[in-house]
Design a protein around this ligand. Structure first.
Ligand code: ADP
Ligand code: MG
Length: 721
C-alpha cells in the first residue's frame, strides 16, 4: 500500500520512496498536534462543551480568582463528566499535593443508583468544588488535632482537569477545616498573587497598567533508568530509592561519553512513549537527552505559569515511572541513587512575565526598559541574598544532602552567577558617584551606556546554584524528586518582598528617576557579595564565601533550623503566604521526613547486612577455607587461598562490628520530643555508622566471586545493553 501524507503545498509525497532514510516512526507520521492535550479539559474543550455564558463566567472566576457560583459549577461538572466518559473515564478524583511531596488521589466512580437495579453516571458541582478526603494520615506537623482529622480539597480552576488511568483528575488545594494549608499548592498560589501585586505596583511607576504578573517556570527533570530485574534484586533500591552499598564499577562517567551521547534504542523507545503520554496530558515536553552519568537522562519542558508547571512536573515524574515499567525499566528519581557518579537534580528556570507577555528579566533595548530590567534584576538579587536560608531550605532533604557540594552539583552555599558583562555593568553602577541631575542619573542606570547582554553564552557557569541565563534565572539546587512548589513559593515571596520595598520607596519619591538610581545603586552595593561568577565547586569558594559572610548550611537539619527565624516568619505573614504556625508545621514535617528517611535506610542496611551480605561473605570464605583444608589433606599447600580466606575473615569481623555499631546507634535513637534534635541525632550518629558499614562491604564485594554476591553490582546495573 502506498502511504501518503499531505505536503505543505497541498500535493502528496510518496513516503515509501524514502523508506531507507526515514525511521519507521517518521514513516508513520505522527500527528502530534492532533493528540496534544487530548486528555485535558482545556480552554478549547471548555469552549466546545460549555454554554457560552457558563464559559465566560468560569473564565472570569479563573482570571479574577473569585469564588465560583454553585449553579455554574454544576454545569461545568456535568460537561466535564460527559467529556471524561467519552474518553473512557469511569472515575474521578481530587488530585492534590500533600506535604509528602507526591500527589495524592482517592478515586470515586461516577455511578449513582437509578431505579431498582440500574446506575447512571453523575458528577455534581459540589463534588467538583470540594472533596473531603480522610486526611488523618497525611503529615500535618501538628496542625490538625486528631479529633478533627478531616481536611478538605478545593478545586483549583487555574489548572486544567485531565484524564489519567480512566480517571478524571481535578487539580485541588488541600487544607484543614480551619483554613491552614496542608499542601504544597496553597502557599504557591498565594505567593503568585503576592508577587503579582508588588510587580504591578512597580510597573505602574514605569507607566504600565498591568493587571497580572505571573512567574514562569521550566523545570528540567533528571532521572535514571535501570533494568527492572536488577531493581527487584536490590532491597536498598526497593525500600530507599538509592543503593546503600556498591563498589564502583571499573568505569564511571570519567570518559564523558554519556552526556548528550547517542541514546540506547530501548531508552529511545521509552522517551518516545514518555513524550506521547505527556503530550496527551498537555505537558510541553520538549527536550530529551542523556545526562552525565551512565543511565542518567533528562527531560526539559517548555516553560509555563508556575502552578501549571508544578502540576505538570508532578505528572511528569509519575508518568516517567509508569512508562518505564512498560519498557522493563525502573525510573529512579532519587537525588543520589549511586555513589561515585552524578546524582539527579531539577533545574528550576524562573522568570516573571506580564499578562501582555513581557518578560521582565529580558534586558531591554531602550533606556526606559533598561532601567526597568535593572530594577527587577536588583529585586531578585536582593531577595536571593536576604533569603539564602529559605532557598537552601527549599532544596533540603536527606537525599539531596548527598548531592549538594559533591562536585557535581552546587554546594550548599547560595550565590548568583550573572556573567561577566552584567557583572561589569552592576559594578559600574555600584561605583557610580552621586548624580544629581536627572539626565546623568539616567546615564548612570544604564541608558545608552548599557551594552547588549549576550544571551545564554556557551561558557556560562554550570557550577552556580543560581545563574542568570539571559532572560531568566536557573536555580539548580532542587533535588530530582522534589515538588517544585516549595522552591517557587519561597522564591516568589522573597522577590515580592524586594518589590514591595522598592514600590514603597519609589511611590513616595519626589523624583522617580533620581530615587530609582539611588535605590539600585544602594541595593546592589548591599547585596554585591551574593554575586559570584567563579567555580562554585572549588574548595577556595567555600573559604571565600565564608569571608563574604554567605551562609553555608551543609545539612538539612542545619538549614531547617532557620525556617522559623523571625525574619522568615515575618516575610510569610506580611505577604499572606503562611502563618507562624504553618511555617512551624512545615519545618517539623521536613525534619521528620529527614529522620524517617535515614531511619528506613539504616534498617534496610541492617537487614541486608544480616540476611544477605554477611551470609554471602561467610559462605564464600568458608568455601575457600574448605578448599584449603581439602588440598592440605592431600598434601598440597595453598598459601594464596589461605591468605584470601584470612583477609576475608578479618574483613567479615570488621563488618560484623560495624553492623553492631549501627545497630547500637539505632537502639539509642532518642524520643522524638524535639524534632530538631531528633533529626540531628540521625545526622550525627546514624549516617556515620552507615558510611562505615558500607566502606567495608564495598571492599568485600570486590573480593567475592560475581556469582556469589547476593545482588547486582554497579557495573551490571549501569552498563546494560
Ligand atoms: P538549558 O541549556 O539549561 O537546557 P534552555 O534555554 O534550553 O537551557 O532552557 C531550559 C529551560 O528554561 C526550559 O525548560 C525552558 O522552557 C525554560 N525557560 C526558557 N525561558 C523561560 C522563562 N522566561 N521562564 C521560565 N523558564 C524559561
Ligand atoms: Mg539547565
Amino acid at each position: 500500500m502506498r502511504r501518503v501524507c499531505p505536503a505543505d503545498d497541498g500535493k502528496t509525497i510518496d513516503l515509501s520512496r524514502y523508506r531507507e532514510v526515514l525511521s519507521m516512526d517518521t514513516y508513520a507520521a505522527k500527528r502530534v498536534p492532533e493528540y496534544f492535550g487530548s486528555m485535558v479539559f482545556n480552554e478549547n474543550v471548555m469552549k466546545e462543551q460549555l454554554p457560552k455564558d457558563v464559559y465566560k463566567a468560569l473564565k472570569k472566576t479563573v482570571d479574577e480568582g473569585s469564588a465560583i457560583d454553585p449553579a455554574i459549577a454544576n454545569v461545568v461538572a456535568n460537561a466535564m463528566k460527559d467529556w471524561a466518559i467519552s474518553k473512557g473515564a469511569t472515575h474521578f478524583t481530587h488530585w492534590f499535593q500533600p506535604m509528602t511531596g507526591i500527589t495524592a488521589e482517592k478515586h470515586d466512580s461516577f455511578i449513582s443508583p437509578e431505579g431498582s437495579c440500574g446506575v447512571i453516571m453523575e458528577f455534581s458541582g459540589k463534588e467538583l468544588i470540594k472533596g473531603e478526603p480522610d486526611a488523618s494520615s497525611f503529615p500535618s506537623g501538628g496542625l490538625r488535632a486528631t479529633f478533627e482529622a478531616r481536611g478538605y480539597t478545593a478545586w483549583d480552576p487555574t489548572s486544567y482537569a485531565f484524564i489519567k488511568d480512566n480517571t478524571l483528575c481535578i487539580p485541588t488545594a488541600f487544607c484543614s477545616y480551619t483554613g491552614e494549608g496542608l499542601d504544597k499548592k496553597i502557599p504557591l498560589l498565594r505567593s503568585m498573587d503576592a508577587i503579582s501585586k508588588q510587580a504591578c505596583r512597580v510597573l505602574r511607576l514605569f507607566g504600565k497598567d498591568v493587571r497580572r504578573v505571573n512567574t514562569t517556570v521550566g523545570a528540567e527533570q533528571e532521572y535514571f533508568l535501570i533494568n527492572k530485574e536488577d531493581y527487584a534484586k536490590r532491597k536498598d533500591l526497593i525500600f530507599t530509592g538509592r543503593t546503600l552499598f556498591g563498589a564502583m564499577a571499573p568505569k564511571g562517567q570519567e570518559m564523558e561519553d554519556h552526556y548528550f551521547g547517542s541514546i540506547r534504542p530501548r531508552v529511545k523507545a521509552f522517551m518516545e512513549e514518555l513524550d506521547d503520554e505527556l503530550w496527551k496530558l498537555g505537558v510541553l515536553s520538549k527536550t530529551e537527552h542523556n545526562e552525565a552519568a551512565p543511565c542518567q537522562h533528562e527531560m526539559a519542558p517548555i516553560f509555563e505559569t508556575t502552578n501549571i508547571a508544578t502540576d505538570h512536573n508532578q505528572l511528569t515524574m509519575e508518568v516517567m515511572k509508569r512508562v518505564a515499567d512498560r519498557h522493563g525499566f525502573v525510573c529512579l528519581l532519587h537525588e543520589k541513587p549511586f555513589q561515585g557518579i552524578n546524582g539527579s537534580g531539577k533545574h528550576n528556570n524562573w522568570s516573571l512575565s506580564t499578562d501582555r507577555g513581557e518578560n521582565l528579566l529580558e534586558p531591554g533595548s531602550t533606556p526606559h526598559s533598561n532601567a526597568q530590567f535593572l530594577l527587577f534584576l536588583t529585586a531578585v538579587i536582593k531577595g536571593v541574598d536576604e533569603y539564602q536560608d529559605l532557598l537552601r531550605i527549599s532544596a533540603a532533604s536527606a537525599g539531596n544532602d548527598h548531592r549538594l557540594g559533591a562536585a557535581e552539583a552546587p554546594p550548599a552555599i547560595i550565590s548568583m552567577f550573572v556573567g561577566d558583562e552584567l557583572e561589569a555593568i552592576l559594578d559600574s553602577l555600584v561605583r557610580g558617584t552621586d548624580y544629581t541631575d536627572v539626565e546623568k542619573t539616567m546615564m548612570n542606570i544604564g541608558v545608552s551606556a548599557l551594552p547588549p547582554i549576550p544571551k545564554d553564552t556557551t561558557d556560562r557557569n554550570r557550577t552556580s546554584p543560581f545563574a542568570f541565563t539571559g532572560n531568566k534565572f536557573e536555580f539548580r539546587m532542587p533535588g530530582s524528586s522534589f515538588n517544585i512548589a516549595c522552591t517557587n513559593f519561597i522564591l516568589n515571596t522573597a522577590v515580592a518582598e524586594s518589590l514591595r520595598q522598592f514600590a514603597d520607596e519609589l511611590e513616595a519619591a519626589a523624583n522617580f528617576d533620581t530615587a530609582l538610581a539611588a535605590l539600585v545603586q544602594r541595593e546592589l552595593k548591599d547585596h554585591r557579595h551574593i554575586i559570584f561568577n567563579g567555580n562554585g565547586y572549588s574548595d577556595e569558594w567555600q573559604e571565600a564565601a565564608a569571608q563574604r559572610g554567605l551562609l553555608n548550611l551543609r545539612t538539612t537539619p542545619d538549614a531547617l533550623k532557620h525556617y522559623t527565624d523571625d525574619k522568615n516568619v515575618k516575610l510569610f505573614a506580611r505577604h499572606g503566604i503562611c502563618t507562624a504556625t504553618e511555617v512551624q508545621s512545615r519545618a517539623e514535617i521536613l525534619l521528620e521526613e529527614y529522620a524517617k528517611t535515614i531511619n528506613i535506610e539504616a534498617l534496610t542496611m541492617l537487614e541486608m547486612l544480616s540476611r544477605q551480605i554477611l551470609p554471602a561473605c561467610v559462605e564464600y570464605s568458608n568455601k575457600i577455607a574448605g578448599g584449603v583444608a581439602v588440598k592440605k589433606s592431600i598434601g598440597i599447600e595453598a598459601p594464596a587461598e589461605m591468605e584470601m580466606a584470612r583477609e576475608m575473615t578479618v574483613l567479615i569481623g570488621e563488618l560484623y562490628e560495624r553492623r553492631a555499631a549501627l545497630q547500637k546507634a539505632m537502639d539509642a535513637v532518642p524520643e522524638k520530643t524535639d524534632v530538631q534534635s531528633y533529626a540531628e541525632y540521625y545526622r550525627d550518629h546514624v549516617i556515620g555508622a552507615m558510611e562505615a558499614a558500607r566502606a567495608v562491604t564495598d571492599r568485600l564485594e570486590t573480593m567475592i566471586g560475581e556469582k556469589d554476591w547476593p545482588m547486582p553490582t554497579y557495573g551490571k546495573m549501569l552498563f546494560y545493553v
